[in-house]
Design a protein around this ligand. Structure first.
Ligand code: FES
Length: 276
């Protein structure tokens, strides 16, 4: 018995029609040239390739051998805000290979510039002594690094399985509708944010909030618009945890002092850990 897969995508077919493909230079398994003793009836007799030898059209479109080699930005002509420079250098000091700091360094630049603009990337590249192209590739891979201008308030609404089953998609739609007129808000659906026990939930500039009830959505949207503490009674950071000490007021106040969370709930507010 023999079988034959059809590996030809539309562009490959185009190439074949135009005679723009070349046979593989690699001996086909099972062929007399390969001399491997394999039953050749199980394999293709030919591997279709483009003229450059690739089977993947377009992979080298951005490659231009006529371009000058990429250069590391010159510190003399690349001004970098002092705070940003210090933050990036602190990240670099944490790793044996300073390139490991690329993601936190880009995130820091994004906080300053609002997105990973060419100027932001240039500044990070200058401090890290890398080419902007190296960092652009990192930005293109990690979707929490923004490659285009976006609103400065970031809202991620989880639409993964637990949240989706409990109304995450509706929460996303409702927040999008409520905040449609605010260009300063970057609202996105997101994969599991690791807080499935408070589904449906969202992250507002890093503050986890949930479970969000339908009736609370207008208030949440208003908090986001005003830059206020979002639904304080529904924040993950205020929920009771197994570590008893972590539930004390002292611990919460320390977090407030450190700026990790907003004001501690008033004594007559809803009891921490009993917020559903
Ligand atoms: S599914 Fe939403 S946080 Fe995990």
């Amino acid at each position: 018995m023999s079988f034959r897969r059809d590996p030809l995508g539309p562009l490959d077919r185009e190439a074949v029609r135009e005679g723009d493909h070349v046979p593989s230079a690699i001996p086909v398994p099972g062929s007399p040239e390969a001399g491997d003793g394999i039953d050749g009836r199980l394999f293709h007799q030919d591997v279709h390739r483009f003229r450059d030898g690739s089977r993947v059209p377009g992979w080298r479109e951005s490659y231009d051998p006529a371009k000058d080699p990429a250069v590391v930005p010159d510190p003399a002509t690349t001004p970098v805000p002092e705070d940003l420079r210090a933050e990036i250098e602190a990240f670099m000091a944490r790793y044996p290979d300073h390139r490991s700091a690329a993601i936190p360094a880009l995130a820091a630049a994004q906080r300053v510039h609002g997105w990973c603009s060419p100027e932001a990337i240039e500044q990070v590249a200058c401090v890290m002594r890398l080419t902007p192209a190296y960092l652009t590739a990192v930005v293109g891979f990690y979707d929490m690094l923004e490659a285009r201008p976006v609103g400065r308030k970031t809202v991620y609404v989880c639409t993964n399985i637990s949240c989706s089953l409990r109304g995450g998609d509706e929460l996303l739609d409702a927040l999008r509708t409520e905040l449609a007129d605010d260009p300063d808000v970057n609202i996105r659906g997101f994969e599991c944010l690791g807080a499935c026990d408070i589904a449906p939930m969202c992250s507002v500039d890093g503050t986890y909030v949930g479970p969000v009830e339908d009736a609370e959505i207008p208030t949440l949207a208003d908090d986001i618009r005003r830059g206020a503490d979002p639904l304080p009674a529904k924040q993950l950071v205020r929920r009771r945890v197994a570590d008893v000490a972590a539930n004390s007021d002292d611990v919460q106040r320390a977090a407030v002092d450190a700026g990790t969370i907003g004001p501690v709930l008033p004594p007559d507010g809803p009891p921490v850990g009993d917020l559903r």
